[in-house]
Design a protein around this ligand. Structure first.
Ligand SMILES: NC(=O)c1ccc[n+]([C@@H]2O[C@H](COP(=O)([O-])OP(=O)(O)OC[C@H]3O[C@@H](n4cnc5c(N)ncnc54)[C@H](OP(=O)(O)O)[C@@H]3O)[C@@H](O)[C@H]2O)c1
Length: 260
């Protein structure tokens, strides 16, 4: 894989690589080494969060990779318990990541008090307007919760990052995001999949790849951003090696049908 991998346009003249590298539970030196291995394997999009406690290691890996900052797309996330402290949280993220801006800042979960939702979103937009984030979005939001933000501010979240996989495929949710111009970003592609499912195994064998690679390719062919995590060098490389084959329309339909 090289840096001309597929990207998706987001609001605000920003493009996000469809394949990203997940870093939840990749902490300390192992986390730093995993991100370095990912950048070496060709990923140009790293997903972190204040909650993951590894922004410092992500920042160090990006620096050590020798890549230019503008060639790596970095996402981080605001924990819901930081309501009212959004600005100090993004400043701490930028300091830990050792960067002037993130490419995407997400609200990690909807705030538990529904009345906090709009004020938090306004703070996200303010951070974007001050160039601390190139674009902003949400995570774990329902379509109804996204509509509330749009109605109140006329600003659409660029992304909604939610748990997603063939088993969780839901045509209506997919279409609802598309209709609103919200990019769908899937997390836990493997944890939410049965990699021994006979349909995935058959399709993997037909392309001489693994079921995990089929799951990732299925996301990309649907233009769903996908962020597999691994701390295992061979898996980091294999998970990035998904651009040498593509799925037929019939295979895509068979995988879509796994959600029953
Ligand atoms: N917004 C949210 O609320 C939220 C929630 C969860 C996750 N996320 C993000 O999404 C990323 C991915 O989700 P996730 O970490 O929950 O799960 P995941 O990427 O679906 O699965 C990671 C697990 O799969 C293993 N694995 C990696 N490649 C594999 C392969 N080719 N074959 C078989 N197993 C493989 C990993 O093991 P090894 O590491 O041991 O190789 C690890 O145990 C996270 O890291 C995080 O960045 C966001």
């Amino acid at each position: 894989m090289d840096s001309d991998q597929p990207t998706l346009p987001l609001t605000g003249d920003v493009r996000i690589p469809l394949l990203g590298f997940g870093t939840w539970q990749a902490t300390g030196e192992a986390g730093c080494q995993a991100v370095l291995a990912a950048l070496d394997a060709g990923y140009r999009h790293i997903d972190t969060a204040t909650m993951y406690g590894n922004e410092k290691e992500v920042g160090r890996a990006v620096k050590e990779s020798g890549l230019r900052r503008e060639d790596v797309f970095i996402t981080t996330k605001l924990p819901p318990d930081r309501v009212g402290r959004e600005r100090e949280t993004i400043e701490a993220s930028l300091a830990a990541l050792d960067t002037d801006y993130v490419d995407l800042w997400l609200v990690h979960w909807p705030p538990s008090a529904p009345g906090d939702s709009i004020p938090v979103w306004r703070e996200m937009l303010a951070a974007r307007d001050e160039n601390m984030a190139r674009t902003v979005g949400v995570s774990n939001y329902s379509i109804g919760q996204i509509d509330e933000l749009i109605q109140a501010t006329e600003e659409t979240p660029a992304v909604n990052q939610i748990r997603w996989s063939p088993s969780l495929y839901d045509r209506q949710t997919y279409a609802a995001h598309r209709d609103r111009g919200v990019a769908l970003e899937g997390y836990s592609p493997f944890k939410a999949s049965d990699l021994s499912d006979p349909v995935l195994v058959r399709i993997a064998q037909a392309h001489d790849v693994s079921p995990a690679q089929v799951v990732l390719r299925w996301h990309i062919d649907h233009e769903i951003i996908v962020i597999p995590k691994s701390v295992t060098p061979e898996r980091i490389r294999a998970n990035a090696d998904v651009f040498g084959f593509s799925l037929t329309a019939e295979e895509m339909r068979d995988i879509d049908a796994l959600a029953g």
